[in-house]
Design a protein. Structure first.
Length: 108
């Protein structure tokens, strides 16, 4: 069933545009995809261009980030740095006023 987007509560009120856009994206079911795009945006800043060339975040679900890695050697290297990467990602995301928090990374 299609659920109607409630506009009556917004009439004659000043609202925060960011809140409204986030609400609309959630209504359309695009909020998870938007989170995935935010992670893609900060991944290279977090791990550097060399590692980013061999790894790509593919999905974020329930604070668990799934990262595709080119081969087993890089998977091992990134697994050893997992906690450091999680800390860096969360730090960068928090600076961007994001509601995303990474608790675990799975390298696939």
């Amino acid at each position: 069933m299609y659920k109607r987007f409630d506009t009556k509560s917004r009439l004659n009120k000043t609202v925060c545009l960011k809140t409204e856009i986030d609400s609309f994206m959630k209504h359309l079911g695009l909020d998870e995809k938007l989170q995935d795009l935010k992670i893609l945006d900060v991944w290279e800043k977090c791990v550097g261009s060399v590692i980013a060339g061999y790894s790509v975040p593919v999905h974020l679900k329930k604070n668990k980030l799934f990262v595709s890695v080119e081969n087993a050697v890089w998977r091992f290297e990134l697994s050893a740095k997992k906690e450091e990467i999680i800390c860096k990602l969360n730090k960068i995301l928090n600076k961007r006023d994001s509601k995303i928090t990474i608790k675990e990374i799975v390298f696939i």
